[in-house]
Design a protein around this ligand. Structure first.
Ligand SMILES: [Zn+2]
Ligand SMILES: [Zn+2]
Ligand SMILES: [Zn+2]
Length: 198
């Protein structure tokens, strides 16, 4: 059993050497994906590879990923289903209902702290006695400071590090992305003061 696919509408202009597919599998993912997606459209390339455009905007299949593409009518593992794909497929009438008994997963960007402290490699630190370490203005942890930027644009920055437990509470607009030094304090690029979370 397959599902009807929508036409592979493109807003570019050019020769389309691919053949549109009108039926496709219910779910697709590559081996590296953490959830299943729903195909919106699909094409068969001259090279005989199949590429699906899934509802959340990604492409699955094609040159580098074809070998790892998995398709399914019912999900054979315990992975969740992409909530964006599922909501759009049901809303557009391709599917009657979401997948029974499945977790829908959607992770909005910017809600969790970054992998590296935003002060990494910047001059956002207070130098400590001795001159080789600094206290990070963003997370309060102590790390080595180093010359960075090459011989012609040399500056001193604190080394790249994971955010410490006292990382500042994020700006509601710019999150952790744009801290700046303001006197001896830290402020967001928009001017909001940034202070340590508890
Ligand atoms: Zn998706
Ligand atoms: Zn830090
Ligand atoms: Zn801001």
């Amino acid at each position: 059993m397959t599902v009807p696919l929508f036409p592979p509408i493109t807003y570019g202009i050019g020769s389309m050497r691919a053949e549109p597919l009108d039926q496709g599998p219910r779910f697709v993912r590559t081996g590296g994906m953490s959830r299943w997606h729903r195909p919106r459209s699909g094409v068969l390339m001259p090279s005989n590879r199949t590429i699906y455009a899934v509802w959340c905007g990604q492409q699955v299949g094609g040159l580098h990923r074809a070998a790892g593409m998995l398709t399914a009518e019912t999900i054979p593992d315990s992975l969740p289903v992409c909530a964006t794909c599922d909501g759009r497929a049901v809303g557009a009438g391709q599917e009657q209902d979401g997948p029974a008994g499945r977790t829908l997963l959607y992770g909005p960007r910017g809600l969790t702290p970054p992998r590296f402290c935003p002060a990494s490699r910047a001059d956002l630190f207070d130098a400590l006695p001795g001159g080789t370490t600094g206290r990070c203005l963003a997370c309060q942890d102590t790390h080595p400071i180093r010359a960075m930027g090459g011989p012609y644009a040399s500056r001193v920055g604190i080394v790249q590090h994971p955010p410490g437990a006292r990382l500042f509470a994020p700006c509601p607009f710019h999150r952790w992305r744009h801290p700046r030094r303001q006197g001896d304090r830290l402020a967001c690029i928009c001017g909001r003061p940034l202070t340590a979370s508890q």
